[in-house]
Design a protein around this ligand. Structure first.
Ligand code: ADP
Length: 483
């Protein structure tokens, strides 16, 4: 074998290997369109193996509505021209269409005559999907009502959507390439260091409420969310920002606050006005009770007084809530013996509820602390009354008093309905009532809220332990030294 022939054979073997291992489909055909070679990538892409394809007409893989393309391609090739990156659709054996990019070159014989064509077909479905995704994202960014922009880690703006143009007054051309300080008021420029610092650490900054500046110098309150932009290799290369104009929300919040304050004012006034006639009714009922000797009538008047007292308590509670809301609940602190208050309150509640047994467990003889005695008594009344009200089938309540380090700890334990675990965290919230259809106990959901306020205003803690069906224990602590 001559050396030239040997080199030629080696070259041919190398070409064959390249064709066999190529990721692109490589096909050759005659000028009449008859397939003459078909590599493994073509098998994978179109689903026909080489035996099925070779000898067939190329229309095997051309969808009916694209047959004209073949005429155009053959004309180009016959005149010795190449067709480069021609994006089209071809059909797989299973009928499925596949987007491809075709590059077709004429095959010449030794005399330079075109005898066929070689085709390289690249599957571009992944790229097309990526393009589509990008187009969809671009449309979202474009139509968003929120400002969406991106910037480098040095703060240079790299994209600026239509909403940003509307919100800040700078056109895309005016903003891109400029530093983000373009829209940051001077006194807030430090915020950018904080935001970029977080981004560099790979953190997001969410719902950061701040103020930015428009082109005309006016200020706009915004809620900012900033996320790192990460490249293919996992490097943080910039930040994307979403900014929402919250001037409308702030105005709404201000209005709601105003309405809420007016409502609290009204409740305070109404409760105050209700108290005068209630006190007067109670006084007249007391006088009436003294003058009546008939036992039945006396009984009626006592029942009426009981109801008036209940009504007065409710009005007092509502008045207290509005005072708390307005920050006007005043504590009158003085030194008193908490144990005496506990004992007196137990007597008071026991007298009003003769069917119930209230047992005090303590080894403490006395315990002086500084606080508002009247409010602590109110707290105990609320807890003891609840223990009785929410125990329809039990007549036992236990009260524990102990001292622990610098605190006095008091517990009120009942054996009633109990409260489920998921409801427990809410029971000290204002107007919260455990919605239990088994109970017919009415209430406003104020008592425990007041208890919480009274305890925390004395720098103590309050919590509850409970198991549905087995009762509840409400605990609170108060500091002995200075509550
Ligand atoms: P009210 O009793 O007026 O509804 P509270 O603030 O005193 O309001 O109590 C809030 C809710 O907590 C009550 O609706 C009740 O469901 C629950 N609760 C309070 N104390 C007890 C208790 N001892 N046992 C079971 N549930 C209780």
């Amino acid at each position: 074998m001559s050396e030239d022939l040997w080199i030629l054979e080696e070259k041919q073997a190398m070409l064959a290997a390249i064709i066999m291992s190529s990721d692109d489909a490589i096909i050759s055909k005659t000028l009449d369109g008859i397939i003459t070679s078909w590599n493994p990538a073509a098998e994978r892409l179109f689903g026909y193996d080489a035996k099925e394809a070779i000898g067939q007409h190329i229309t095997l893989i051309i969808p009916d509505d694209r047959l004209n393309e073949e005429k155009f391609i053959i004309r180009q090739i016959a005149s010795g021209k190449k067709v480069d990156h021609f994006e089209t659709l071809r059909q797989r054996k299973n009928g499925q269409l596949v987007p491809i990019s075709l590059t077709i070159s004429p095959v010449l014989n030794s005399k330079g005559k075109v005898i066929g064509a070689s085709k390289i077909a690249r599957d571009i479905s992944a790229r097309q999907q990526a393009d589509e995704k990008q187009a969809r994202l671009a449309a979202i960014v474009d139509t968003s009502d929120d400002t969406i922009l991106s910037k480098t880690l040095n703060g240079i703006i790299t994209s600026w959507n239509k909403a940003a143009v509307r919100m800040f007054g700078f056109s895309e051309a005016e903003a891109i390439g400029r530093h983000i300080s373009l829209i940051i008021p001077e006194e807030r420029i430090d915020e950018e260091d904080f935001i970029i610092g977080e981004i560099r650490k790979g953190n997001k900054v969410a719902h950061f409420q701040t103020i930015r500046q428009r082109k005309d110098g006016s200020l706009v309150p915004i809620s900012l969310s900033v996320s790192p932009i990460i490249d293919k290799n996992g490097n943080i290369i910039g930040a994307s920002k979403i900014a929402r104009d919250i001037s409308g929300e702030q105005e709404l919040y201000r209005k709601l606050k105003e309405i809420n304050a007016k409502k609290d004012e009204f409740i305070a006034l109404a409760s105050h006005e209700l108290k005068t006639p209630l006190t007067s009714i109670n006084g007249y009922l007391q006088l009436l009770e003294q003058r009546i000797s008939d036992k039945k009538s006396k009984d009626f008047v006592q029942k009426m007084r009981h109801q008036v007292t209940r009504l007065t308590e409710l009005v007092d509670d509502i008045l207290d809530v509005s005072k708390i809301e307005a920050g006007k609940l005043k504590l009158h602190k003085a030194e008193f013996d908490i144990l005496k208050v506990v004992k007196n309150t137990i007597d008071l509640i026991a007298n009003a509820n003769p069917g119930h047994q209230l047992a005090l467990h303590t080894s403490v003889k006395f315990c002086n602390l500084k606080g508002d005695e009247h409010r602590i008594e109110q707290l105990l009344i609320n807890l003891l009354t609840n223990a009785i009200r929410y125990s329809p089938d039990s007549n036992k309540v236990e009260i524990f008093v102990s001292t622990e380090q610098d605190d006095v700890k008091i517990g009120v334990k009942d054996f009633g309905l109990g409260i489920s675990q998921e409801k427990l965290p809410n029971i000290f919230s204002r107007f919260y009532r455990v919605d239990d259809s088994d109970t017919s106990v009415s209430g406003l959901g104020i008592g425990l809220y007041l208890c919480y306020e009274i305890v925390t205003r004395h720098h103590g803690m309050i919590w509850a332990e409970s198991k549905p069906g087995f009762g509840s224990t409400f605990w609170f602590t108060l500091p002995i030294k200075d509550s």
